[in-house]
Design a protein. Structure first.
Length: 207
């Protein structure tokens, strides 16, 4: 998949903003699937990502002594300091942006897909993600341990999508929709009950 990531990311931003319009105060405070963040805070993270540039990232990362989690936490705190409606308005305004931190483009597809589900699942909102782009992210994550620990988590397993012709890995199979496989690859244990296969018990044992 050589085409630009940006049309997909822009479409995902639009869809998420539409899904979050009209949330109650309680829904904005709902715990997300992203550890330690509620729905509002995950949206704030996506907003910070949309506004990020390589230069801004390097400056902030350096200022926080190369502590990635502290740096990201500060950005989330800043972007979620306003009322959720203001954060959502800012997210809508940032939709057409094409800037990002310095990393491979597939990273930003993954951020938008996974955090979109981190928000939607606890709220009971269903969304259809572009399957080819989702499997692209699974393939990318399967080679990396940085931040998500995905390579170690799915080592020795075969992931098989039930909604498209896609398999990756070797060993006992874990089967399910591509987006659910991506969430499991990223360590979201809440989705594991939606998967099946002889490799599932092994996957459950891995953090």
């Amino acid at each position: 998949m050589a085409e630009s990531i940006w049309p997909t990311i822009h479409a995902e931003r639009r869809a998420l903003a539409a899904d979050l319009a009209g949330l109650s105060a309680e829904q904005w405070q709902q715990a997300s699937l992203c550890p330690d963040w509620n729905v509002h805070q995950v949206l704030a993270h996506l907003l910070a990502l949309a506004k990020m540039t390589p230069a801004k990232f390097i400056a902030g990362f350096t200022a926080h002594r190369f502590d990635f989690h502290t740096f990201i936490g500060k950005l989330v705190a800043e972007e979620s300091a306003s009322a959720p409606a203001q954060t959502l308005a800012a997210f809508r305004a940032a939709e057409p942006r094409q800037s990002s931190p310095p990393a491979p483009p597939t990273t930003w597809l993954g951020e938008n897909f996974i955090h979109g589900e981190d928000i939607r699942r606890p709220l009971g909102i269903r969304h259809e993600y572009p399957v080819a782009a989702v499997t692209r992210v699974i393939t990318y994550y399967s080679k990396l341990n940085a931040l998500l620990g995905a390579k170690k988590r799915i080592a020795g397993l075969t992931l098989a999508a039930t909604d498209t012709d896609y398999t990756i890995g070797s060993g006992p199979r874990v089967e399910g929709p591509a987006m659910t496989l991506l969430m499991a690859t990223a360590g979201r244990s809440a989705v594991l009950d939606e998967l099946a296969g002889p490799g599932l018990d092994l996957l459950r044992q891995r953090p």
